[in-house]
Design a protein around this ligand. Structure first.
Ligand SMILES: [Zn+2]
Length: 141
C-alpha cells in the first residue's frame, strides 16, 4: 500500500503521535502552520467524505475536539483559537488522498487565514436560491 497516512497508521513511517484509539490516530503535521498543528486520521483508509463511514467520521471529529482542548491547555494563553479544517477534494486543498482533519492552534496576527474571493458578497440571489432548492430536495426524506 502506497498511502503515506496508512503507513503512519501502521507505524511503518514514524510520526509524532499525540493521540490514538482503536479508530483514529492524531499526530503532528510535519509542515505545521503553527507549532502544535495536528492531523487526525481514521486508521482505515478512506480518501474522502464519501468513503469514510459515518461512525469513523464521528470518531475523527471527537478526537479533533479532544486535541483542540489539549492544545488550549498545552499552549495556554498563546493559543487563543483553534481551526478545524477538512479539505475534501483537490479543489478544496486536499493534498494527501487519505481523509484528515487539521487541528490548527491560532494566535493573533499569525498570518494564516481564509482568503475571500472577489465575488464574495456579490453572488446573485437566483444562484443561491437554485442551490437552496436542490439541497432541500436532496436532503429531505
Ligand atoms: Zn491511506
Amino acid at each position: 500500500m502506497s498511502c503515506i497516512f496508512c503507513k503512519i497508521a501502521e507505524a511503518e513511517i514514524p510520526a509524532k503521535v499525540v493521540y490514538e484509539d482503536d479508530t483514529v490516530l492524531a499526530f503532528l503535521d510535519i509542515k505545521p502552520i503553527n507549532p502544535g498543528h495536528v492531523l487526525v486520521i481514521p486508521k482505515d483508509h478512506a480518501e474522502s467524505l464519501a468513503e469514510i463511514s459515518p461512525e469513523h467520521l464521528k470518531c475523527v471529529a471527537a478526537a479533533g475536539r479532544k486535541v483542540a482542548e489539549a492544545l488550549r491547555q498545552a499552549l495556554s494563553s498563546k493559543c487563543e483559537g483553534v481551526n478545524l479544517f477538512l479539505a475534501d477534494g483537490k479543489a478544496a486543498g486536499q493534498e494527501v488522498g487519505h481523509i484528515h482533519l487539521h487541528v490548527i492552534p491560532r494566535y493573533p496576527g499569525d498570518g494564516f487565514g481564509l482568503k475571500f474571493p472577489t465575488h464574495y458578497g456579490n453572488i446573485p440571489q437566483d444562484e443561491t436560491d437554485a442551490v437552496h432548492k436542490k439541497l432541500r430536495s436532496l436532503l429531505e426524506d
